[in-house]
Design a protein around this ligand. Structure first.
Ligand SMILES: NC(=O)c1ccc[n+]([C@@H]2O[C@H](COP(=O)([O-])OP(=O)(O)OC[C@H]3O[C@@H](n4cnc5c(N)ncnc54)[C@H](OP(=O)(O)O)[C@@H]3O)[C@@H](O)[C@H]2O)c1
Length: 264
């Protein structure tokens, strides 16, 4: 008997690392229709094939999505509107830690574009589809490296870690998450000038989370390997699934990790 597929989930940067594993664990549940976002059609097709070969019970589709491209963002919004008519879960996972660029200015611009501006514009484009869901959720995969509090705390493991472009773009992403939470998560619509409250607002409110996955094996950088102490993507994603599945709802609008929270 085929599983009942009821929730549509879009994951950006899902051809690799944590995003790929989120796709796997959602498909294993059997109740999700996964839209696997990939900026490379070649890598995306390989990831799709790999997941399909595992005979998991959910449904999967490949979505060509470079978050730096306004055209891709618009095409993805149109595709989801026409094919599914709603979106239940948006997982803004794609990021670069070592951005491309000939100069430091270009590298900073790339980091901000991929890690902050792109996810923000994508989210804005998908808000009308999320509003069609009965339980809309946005999970922004950030990083503990984007906590200003940890940067300034000498005893934090994040005190000595360098990388201004990644860190500052994640700080911006964190503020974007806070803005999305206030503007769309509390039922007080501000961005589009529409103000609603009361029961109608509650029905439309999105649950917005800022999540640090912790040091995990992936293709993010040369040190994201088991031998350097990174934990497996499988283990990391078990905790992300708790957020997706409503087990961390008391932490909505907060900057959280697998067992607690961080200062912004
Ligand atoms: N792994 C960790 O230790 C760790 C710790 C803290 C936070 N995080 C966060 O976890 C998330 C997932 O990273 P990961 O560790 O799984 O790294 P990863 O294996 O490198 O995955 C990142 C994904 O983002 C995609 N991507 C990069 N630029 C993109 C763009 N312009 N448009 C769309 N997709 C793009 C990559 O595509 P390509 O394959 O084409 O490059 C890849 O699919 C990131 O937000 C990262 O900041 C990871």
């Amino acid at each position: 008997m085929s599983a009942i597929v009821k929730e549509i989930a879009l994951i950006t940067g899902a051809n690799s690392g944590i995003g790929f594993e989120i796709a796997h664990q959602l498909l294993a549940k059997g109740t999700y229709h996964v839209l696997l976002g990939s900026r490379s059609t070649q890598k995306g097709s390989a990831a799709l094939q790999e997941l399909q070969s595992r005979n998991l019970s959910g449904v999967i589709e490949l979505v060509h999505l470079d978050v730096q491209s306004d055209e891709h963002i618009s095409e993805v919004a149109t595709f989801i509107t026409q094919k599914h008519g709603k979106l239940d879960i948006l997982i803004n996972n794609a990021a670069v830690a070592i951005p491309e660029g000939a100069t430091e200015r270009e590298r900073l611009q790339t980091a901000f574009n991929v890690n902050a501006t792109g996810p923000y514009l994508l989210t804005k484009a998908l808000i009308p589809l999320l509003r069609k869901s009965t339980n809309p959720r946005i999970v922004n995969i950030s990083s503990g490296a984007g906590s200003i509090g940890r940067r300034l705390f000498a005893e934090s493991p994040m005190y000595r870690i360098q990388g201004v472009s990644y860190r500052t773009s994640k700080v911006a992403f964190n503020m974007i998450t806070a803005c999305l939470h206030v503007e769309f998560g509390l039922g007080i619509e501000q961005s589009d000038g529409e103000k609603i409250d009361g029961e109608e607002a509650k029905g439309k409110a999105m649950k917005v989370f800022c999540y640090d996955p912790g040091f995990t094996v992936s293709n993010l950088g040369p040190h994201n390997k088991k031998e350097f102490g990174a934990r497996s993507a499988e283990e990391t994603v078990v905790s992300i699934m708790e957020v997706i599945e409503g087990k961390r709802d008391e932490d909505v609008g907060k900057f959280i990790h697998n067992s607690g929270g961080y200062p912004w």
